[in-house]
Write a protein that binds this ligand. Structure first.
Ligand SMILES: *Cc1c(COP(=O)(O)O)cnc(C)c1O
Length: 376
C-alpha cells in the first residue's frame, strides 16, 4: 500500500521545537508565559492595525466566550451559518440560546446576506450573528456586517478556517465585532490544539483573558463576581503556534498552489466546479473542494471510494446544520426555491486532499485517478 495522502495534516518546521525547548529550559511549561504573549503579539501584527488577540484552548472556546462577551444569554435567538462545522454554532446551545440557521449563497458557499435579511424580518428580536468563512473562502463580510449594524446586533466572524485569507485587501478575522481563530490539527497552522478570540475592541479581548482564567477578580484572596472558565492556552501549546506563525504565509502559498494544480489537472472536466470565491477576496485555499453536476454519472462518493482504495483521504462537505438530528427543532431560513443551497452543495460536493506536503507527483496521481473515473 502506498503511503497515505492526507486531507490536511500538521506540517511542522524547526522553530516550533525551539520555542518549546525555551519554555522547558525556563520551566515556563505552564500556565502562561512568554510564548503565550509572543503568539498573541505575532497574531496581532499579522492581522494588522488595531487588532488585539487572546490565546485560548480552542476555537470553540473562543466562540463560547464571544457569545458571553456580547451579552447573549438564555433563550436569545442567534443566527448561525447553516453550512459549517458544528463548532461554529454549538456554543449557542452551551449558553441556552436558540440557533436559527441561515442558508448559503452560491457564489461563496457562505451565509447568504439576502437570507440573513429575511431572517431579521422573521425574528427582529435576534441578538447576534455568527458566520464562518468556509474552507478559507471569505463570506461577503462587509454586507453581513452592515446588515448586523443596521439591526444593532454584534457580528461574530468565525475565521477558524480562513486565517491568511483577505477580503477587500484586509485579513479575515478583522470584520466582526469579535473574530475567532482555530489552531486545531488540520487547520492552516496548528498549535496541536488551540484558538484565539480577536477584536479591534481591546476591552473585549481583555475580558476574554479574564473569563478564560476563571474570572478571578483583582484581590489577594480568590474573589469571583462572574462565572469563569479554564479556557486559556498553555505556554507549550503557544510555543508551537508561535513557531508556526513564521510559516503561515508559506502555508498559504502552498495551499494556493494545490488548488491551482487541481484547477489545471481537471480543467477539461466540465462536470466539475471548484468552491467559488468573489473577485474581491483572496482565499487561503485551506481545502480545495469541488461539486459535480447532478447529471454526471460520476458521484462524489465514487471519487471518495476510488481515492480511499489508493489510501488517499477525502472528506464530504460539512453536513448542513438544519439537516442534523441534534438540531431538528431549530428553524432554517432560505431564499432559494430548491430545498436548500447548503443541502445541494452537501449532496454534490466533496473536499479533495489539500495537504501542503503533497508532492507534484501525488497531485498528478490524484487528478489522474479522478480523470479516469470520468473516462479521460
Ligand atoms: C475548526 C473549526 C472550529 C473550531 O475550532 P477548534 O479549535 O477545533 O475548537 C470552529 N469553526 C470552524 C468553521 C472550524 O472549522
Amino acid at each position: 500500500m502506498k503511503e497515505r495522502i492526507f486531507l490536511s495534516s500538521p506540517t511542522m518546521h524547526d522553530k516550533e521545537m525551539m520555542y518549546i525547548k525555551e519554555a522547558f529550559d525556563t520551566n515556563w511549561v505552564a500556565p502562561l508565559g512568554k510564548n503565550v504573549d509572543g503568539f498573541e503579539e505575532d497574531m496581532q501584527r499579522y492581522l494588522g492595525e488595531g487588532m488585539y488577540a487572546a490565546a485560548l484552548s480552542a476555537g470553540t472556546a473562543a466562540i463560547h466566550l464571544a457569545l458571553i462577551i456580547e451579552g447573549i444569554g438564555r433563550d436569545d435567538i442567534v443566527f448561525g451559518s447553516d453550512l459549517t462545522f458544528a463548532a461554529t454554532v454549538n456554543p449557542i446551545t452551551y449558553i441556552g440560546a436558540r440557533p436559527v440557521f441561515i442558508d448559503s449563497e452560491r457564489n461563496t458557499w457562505n451565509m447568504d446576506p439576502e437570507a440573513l435579511e429575511k431572517a431579521f424580518e422573521k425574528y427582529p428580536q435576534a441578538k447576534a450573528v455568527i458566520s464562518a468563512n468556509l474552507y478559507g473562502t471569505p463570506a461577503r463580510l462587509d454586507e453581513l456586517k452592515s446588515i448586523c449594524d443596521r439591526h444593532g446586533v454584534p457580528f461574530i466572524e468565525d475565521a477558524a478556517e480562513s486565517l491568511g485569507s483577505k477580503f477587500k485587501g484586509e485579513q479575515t478575522g478583522r470584520f466582526g465585532d469579535i473574530g475567532i481563530l482555530s489552531f486545531n490539527g488540520n487547520k492552516i497552522i496548528t498549535s496541536s490544539g488551540g484558538g484565539m478570540l480577536v477584536s479591534k475592541d481591546e476591552e473585549k479581548v481583555k475580558k476574554a483573558r479574564f473569563l478564560s482564567t476563571q474570572a478571578r477578580e483583582k484581590a489577594r484572596h480568590y474573589e469571583h463576581k462572574e462565572i469563569g472558565f479554564n479556557y486559556r492556552m498553555s505556554n507549550i501549546v503557544a510555543g508551537i503556534g508561535r513557531g508556526q506563525m513564521e510559516y503561515l504565509d508559506e502555508h498559504v502559498r502552498l495551499k494556493r498552489e494545490i488548488r491551482k494544480r487541481y484547477e489545471e489537472g481537471l480543467a477539461d472536466i466540465k462536470e466539475i466546479s471548484f468552491n467559488p470565491f468573489t473577485a474581491d477576496s483572496e482565499p487561503n485555499c485551506w481545502l480545495t473542494c469541488i461539486t459535480i453536476d447532478r447529471a454526471s454519472k460520476v458521484k462524489p462518493l465514487d471519487i471518495m471510494e476510488a481515492l480511499e482504495k489508493e489510501n488517499i483521504e477525502t472528506r464530504p462537505i460539512w453536513k448542513p446544520m438544519h439537516l442534523q438530528p441534534v438540531y431538528k427543532e431549530a428553524d432554517f431560513i432560505k431564499v432559494c426555491d430548491i430545498e436548500s443551497v447548503s443541502g445541494d452543495i452537501f449532496d454534490t460536493g466533496l473536499c479533495l486532499p489539500s495537504d501542503i506536503k503533497n508532492t507534484p507527483e501525488d497531485m498528478d496521481r490524484i487528478t489522474g485517478l479522478i480523470r479516469s473515473l470520468f473516462g479521460r
